[in-house]
Design a protein around this ligand. Structure first.
Ligand code: SF4
Length: 652
């Protein structure tokens, strides 16, 4: 792992670690699906000891895949496991500390004393790992930082980094280096910033970096879980960071592996990073000649989320949520039914359209529709069509200004003879695609800068499309261009799974950098343009905006993947809770398998449903217990009651 080895994919078993055969058989299913490491929970000494039986049985059946023991709170179990398996994962937030959710003020002396306490408790494990050639993951979780870290740094990316660095410094002090690090969070924004900051901190302090294990915790299940994981993991892989990945889904662990593979195969492994299109991307030059090259100022902060400043045009840009543009350009004749697939429902009785929370804001097509559009929906069309509509007598010459909006290429935009809309125009700019020519960006920028009618549409056909588009954002920012920007992202993948990963990675990485005031996803397979399912594309677009925390249109679920500690059927329970709460837009509900890690790990959830014993559930509001040890048979109803008491419940 690391140092240009292929990016390894891995997962974690969900069986009881004391059930040797069930764990072995699940491990084999994961290995056969392609998992290159298998993690198994070891909550106490007896499970740590049973790892030997599991390992022996796997080896007997011919499987040599490395095993990883997952440790929380129990150094004794770690010290046993480190003698048995190939790797031990510790959580620096709870290896030595018990979390009490207390905010104690630590003086420097108190803090140093705490570090000594960690050194004393952690060094024996380091020595065992060194002796047995066992690797270690120092795995920080956003939701389970120690009170010490919380008191000094808060639950910030900096706190996550420092939490790992405290342990890493001790390990380095013992000349132990078989270490991989992780900075997981259920919030991809926090997770991406923490990993980037970790790399910077290691380089600043050590001049070298340890490999990274990437993952988004408690991502949930289905499409949402895949999107969240792809956004967080993908954004970092696009940065060239990450040596092993785990996609945490509330599903059987072997189902995580195809998602890992779809993510990893985007990058060439076993060699230098992919270079396609890279030569086209201009380097970022320091324009202030007097400054040394190290003083180049990047115009945005990759360690903190801040949305790029734009002015608003209509409902795009400024402080407004990013818009979704549905690409219906491949449909010969658009009918009202097509709008139903984009979140609009027509009510015959009232003769009105109802607009859903996840309704597309614009459609892109090149035809004049023969039915009345819902109130806020507009059509983006090519200039010729727009001009025809705006001059049509039936529109009184005004329809083009109200419902239809032109999209222009760079040449059309620069040509003063070409008529423009007085209120809103879309202008396409290609971002450094190989073999693509367009007017020089300088010319475009000079005109765009003072044009408050233009929304820019950025796209690139380079393999390194994200980097190409990001580079164009840097150029826009350097030139102080504040026009809103729509990201145009097309997938050429035949399989929907791969397309989902493609959109989530490309759009997610840019959204997490604070870029994009809207997205438009298209699908082009081979030369023949094939539109797949518009409804699916629309759902994916809203799912990506939600996962990047830029536009909330539905309930957010944070559910753990389950493991040997889980106290109920997590998949079934998650499905039950989802079925009754999926209309509560913006409410974050955590469903966690155990009371040991669940409350800490559910980070910023509004409500928590946590297994607290066999057949028992404890309900949380934020970090506070509100109903303890509720019988699991009535726990979902109790959760609904809690939502009602908290005034977030609405009738479905
Ligand atoms: S929260 Fe879930 S995955 Fe984490 S330790 Fe508990 S049961 Fe296992």
């Amino acid at each position: 792992m690391g140092n240009y080895h292929p990016i390894r994919v891995q997962t974690m078993t969900t069986t009881d670690t004391m059930d040797t055969i069930a764990t072995v058989e699940q491990s084999i299913r994961c290995i056969e699906a392609g998992s290159e490491l298998i993690r198994i929970t070891a909550p106490s000494k007896k499970e740590a000891e049973n790892l030997l039986n599991i390992k022996n049985e796997l080896r007997k059946r011919g499987f040599n895949t490395p095993l990883v023991a997952d440790i929380h709170f129990t150094p004794n179990a770690a010290e046993i496991a480190a003698r048995i398996v190939e790797k031990v994962r510790i959580n620096p937030g709870n290896y030595v500390d018990k979390k009490k959710f207390e905010r104690i003020e630590y003086t420097d002396a108190d803090y140093a004393e705490e570090i000594d306490r960690i050194r004393e408790r952690f060094t024996p494990l380091v020595k065992i790992c060194k002796e047995y050639g066992t690797a270690m993951r120092i795995g920080t979780n956003h939701g389970s930082l120690s009170d010490r870290i919380m008191s000094r740094y808060g639950d910030t990316p900096m706190g996550m980094v420092e939490s790992a660095m405290e342990f890493l410094r001790i390990a380095r002090g013992e000349a132990y280096h078989q270490i991989v690090l992780s900075m997981k969070s259920s919030n991809p924004q926090v997770m991406v910033h923490a990993y980037r900051l970790l790399i910077k901190t290691m380089l600043d302090e050590f001049g070298e970096c340890y490999p990274l294990h990437l993952g988004v915790t408690e991502a949930g299940d289905g499409e949402d879980g895949r999107i969240k994981s792809a956004i967080g993991i993908g954004a970092l892989l696009e940065d060239g960071l990450g040596d092993t990945i785990r996609v945490s889904l509330t599903e059987d662990p072997e189902l995580e592996i195809p998602v890992c593979k779809d993510l990893v195969k985007r990058y060439q492994v076993g060699g230098a990073p992919m270079a396609d299109g890279q030569s086209q991307i201009p380097p970022i030059e320091n324009t202030a000649n007097s400054q040394p090259s190290s003083a180049i100022r990047f115009p945005y902060d990759p360690f903190n989320y801040q949305r790029r400043e734009t002015f608003a045009i209509d409902n795009i840009g400024g402080k407004q949520v990013p818009v979704v543009i549905a690409d219906l350009s491949k449909i010969d004749k658009i009918t009202p039914q097509h709008l139903q697939s984009l979140g609009y429902t027509y009510d015959d009785a009232t003769d009105k359209w109802n607009i859903g929370d996840a309704a597309a804001d614009y459609i892109f097509c090149n035809q004049i529709l023969d039915f009345a559009l819902p109130g806020t929906l507009k059509v983006i069309c090519y200039h010729k069509t727009w001009q025809f509509v705006s001059k049509a007598p039936s529109s009184g010459g005004s329809l083009g200004e109200v419902k239809y909006v032109p999209i222009l290429d760079g040449d059309q935009y620069l040509d003063d003879v070409v008529q423009k809309s007085s209120s809103l125009n879309f202008v396409m700019i290609d971002c450094y695609s190989e073999g693509y020519t367009q007017p020089s960006p300088d010319k475009l920028f000079t005109k765009l800068k003072y044009d408050r009618t233009v929304v820019i549409c950025l796209s690139s056909i380079n393999k390194n499309a994200l980097q190409s588009i990001r580079r164009m954002f840097v150029e826009l920012m350097k030139n102080e261009i504040k026009n809103p920007v729509i990201l145009i992202c097309d997938s050429k993948h035949a399989a929907t799974d791969e397309s989902l990963i493609h959109y989530a990675v490309e759009a997610g990485g840019l959204l997490l950098d604070g870029f994009c005031d809207g997205v438009c996803f298209g699908h082009h397979f081979g030369n023949a343009a094939v539109i797949t399912d518009n409804k699916w594309l629309n759902t994916i677009a809203f799912g990506i905006l939600q996962a990047a925390r830029t536009r909330i249109s539905k309930t957010e679920y944070i559910s753990c993947p389950s493991c040997g500690r889980t106290l109920f059927d997590l998949q079934q329970t998650t499905a039950r809770i989802r079925a009754v709460t999926n209309h509560l837009k913006g409410v974050k509900i955590a469903i966690m398998g155990c009371i040991v890690n669940g409350p800490g790990e559910m980070a910023d959830a509004d409500f928590g449903y946590v297994g607290s014993g066999p057949g028992k559930i404890t309900l949380y509001k934020g970090k506070e217990v509100v109903k303890r040890n509720v019988n699991s048979e009535v726990a979902v109803e109790e959760l609904i009651n809690l939502l009602k008491e908290s005034e977030v419940w609405v009738h479905p």
